[in-house]
Design a protein around this ligand. Structure first.
Ligand SMILES: *[C@@H]1O[C@H](CO)[C@@H](O)[C@H](O)[C@H]1NC(C)=O
Ligand SMILES: *[C@@H]1O[C@H](CO)[C@@H](O)[C@H](O)[C@H]1NC(C)=O
Ligand SMILES: *[C@@H]1O[C@H](CO)[C@@H](O)[C@H](O)[C@H]1NC(C)=O
Ligand SMILES: *[C@@H]1O[C@H](CO)[C@@H](O)[C@H](O)[C@H]1NC(C)=O
Length: 501
């Protein structure tokens, strides 16, 4: 069979389209990278080869942007024979159009033709419409970033207890104001049009109470970089329905996918050289408590079979000063990028900052292989669950250690891409692209197109939140080692409630 899905990189406007060859010639995965939104959109197309030699695109699925599933169904009849570029064009048209629909959504035109949108339906859209109808209307859209206890240090860091005012092209005539708030008083709650709930170990969120005090027409955005298993407060027993109108998290099915880092196309220049290696495996951790899995004990088990240097609060080599971290880690060939939770798409700075961007190969554990494949650079990591026992794993690492050429292959991605970090503070007013104005646009767009929203797909928030993580009561073995907490250490865990990093 000839290659329908040859490896190919095509540039069209601001998108980068990467067409990858998969194991079967007849399956193509097209990954769209949207550099404005910093996220990947994946389209899988399966071509059926008929006995008479014609190829038909049988199926097309999208991840990362479920909203366009519908449009893609139309593609099922497109023939793939000699038509790869046209298929790509049609797919790209749909994807481009979708984001363009959000970015270039002209709310003014639509609002003109509609009767009054009640305040109780959407304070945001109501205000924009009122401003349009009456120039004297004082339009101030208030976005409150509620971060509960954690706010204190955020507020101190950014030195801001004032409302920051700015304008957005969603409607230039309306002022937008935002501020972090740790103590959500009645006055602030009542006057907020959008409540941006910053998740991070709230400890006293009292979500049900918050729901009860929600004024009508207020839109809620959930922003989280933590794993759901650390924030069980978001899914209390009594919560029904879905109080959040928009999500921005590391989950790929969120409205705004916000990973810790992603890759960008390498525009120019040679990839950095691989740092000189003198050591084998490193691990850095500051959280020695028991997690949903016995991470620390598993590392100890590994040390019985292979050399692992452990740093940080839980390590034997001591803490690494911030300025020494990069220099120290670079000397290692591998890094144990073991997450503190086993949750879907939950990939933190561990593989990104501690390994990939240092020129170290991450050995990963946390989410499923397909999530890593989707979110990390291609062929850049070792998935510990690929090995059924310790000796298979150890033999593999030793073989790589001795075979320079094979080891170097883990760095091939660097000739095409570079690591791009999305900082949590970048979702601020001033951040150039992922910013509050985009969020507002998205909220306005969702008002008119609820069918494209995550909220619509997720009627039961609590199940979605809880469903992202593995059930710690299900037995699990890693390289033959049982990683589930035993009864005795489970009790310790409950006593040390706070789990972090
Ligand atoms: C080849 O087979 C497919 C289905 O098996 C059919 O739809 C198509 O018309 C055939 N093409 C030719 C040129 O015979
Ligand atoms: C929150 O603000 C209210 C009203 O200003 C005040 O009475 C209360 O003590 C504050 N709570 C905290 C925890 O600071
Ligand atoms: C926002 O979410 C709330 C709670 O689920 C819902 O009642 C409301 O209709 C949503 N607003 C919009 C504009 O979709
Ligand atoms: C370990 O796994 C490898 C590969 O799956 C297998 O060939 C080998 O027999 C296993 N060794 C032991 C000790 O189970």
């Amino acid at each position: 069979m000839m290659g329908i899905c040859k490896q190919k990189i095509i540039h069209v406007s601001r998108f980068i389209y990467v067409l990858l060859a998969m194991t079967l010639v007849s399956i193509c995965t097209v990954i769209f990278y949207d550099s404005d939104l910093h996220r990947h959109v994946r389209v899988i197309s399966t071509a059926r080869i008929s006995s008479n030699g014609t190829k038909e695109l049988q199926h097309a699925i999208v991840s990362g942007m479920k909203a366009i599933d519908k449009g893609l169904n139309k593609l099922e009849v497109v023939s793939l024979r000699g038509a790869v570029p046209s298929v790509i064009n049609r797919l790209s048209e749909i994807v481009t159009n979708f984001e363009h629909r959000v970015l270039n959504f002209n709310v003014d035109d639509i609002l003109k033709s509609l009767s009054d949108i009640p305040f109780e339906e959407s304070r945001l859209v109501h205000k924009i419409q009122q401003k349009q109808r009456n120039a004297d209307f004082k339009c101030v859209i208030r976005i409150t970033k509620y971060c509960s206890k954690r706010c204190d240090h955020i507020v101190q860091r950014i030195h801001s207890t004032e409302w920051t005012r700015f304008s957005c092209d969603v409607n230039e005539a309306c002022q937008v104001e935002t501020r972090f708030v740790g103590n959500l008083t009645r006055e602030i709650m009542q006057s907020s049009d959008v409540l941006f709930i910053v998740s991070s170990l709230h400890q006293n969120l009292q979500l049900e109470r918050l729901v009860a005090s929600r004024p009508p027409g207020q839109l809620w955005v959930l922003y989280s970089r933590e794993s759901p298993s650390h924030d069980p407060e978001y899914a209390p027993q009594g919560l029904t329905g879905n109080p959040f109108n928009l999500t921005m998290t590391h989950a790929r099915d969120a409205d705004i996918h916000f990973p810790y880092a992603t890759t960008r196309e390498r525009k120019q220049g040679e990839p950095p050289s691989i740092p000189k290696k003198t050591k084998l495996i490193a691990w850095v951790s500051s959280n020695c408590q028991l997690l949903s899995w016995r991470r620390g004990e598993f590392v100890k088990e590994l040390q019985q079979h292979i050399s692992v240097d452990t740093y940080g609060k839980c390590g034997s080599m001591g803490k690494l000063a911030a300025e020494d971290t990069a220099k120290t880690l670079k000397q290692y060939k591998f890094y144990l990028a073991f997450e503190n939770s086993e949750c879907r798409d939950y990939i933190t700075e561990k593989p990104w900052r501690n390994s990939l961007s240092q020129g170290v190969v991450p050995i990963v554990y946390g989410t499923k292989r397909e999530d890593y494949e989707e979110l990390l650079p291609r062929n850049s990591f070792i998935f510990v669950e690929d090995f059924s026992n310790m000796s298979a794993f150890v033999d593999y690492i030793h073989a790589l250690d001795e075979d320079k050429a094979r080891y170097r292959e883990f760095f091939n991605w660097r000739s095409e891409s570079t690591v791009y970090f999305t900082r949590s503070s970048s979702f601020s007013v001033k951040a150039p692209k992922v910013n509050m104005c985009y969020l507002l646009k998205k909220l306005v767009h969702l008002f008119f197109h609820p069918e494209t929203s995550w909220q619509k797909r997720t009627p039961d928030f609590a199940s979605w939140w809880r469903g992202q993580c593995d059930d710690p009561s299900t037995e699990k073995n890693l390289l033959g080692f049982s990683v589930r907490p035993t009864k005795k250490n489970k009790k310790n865990r409950e006593e040390n409630n706070v789990v972090h990093r």
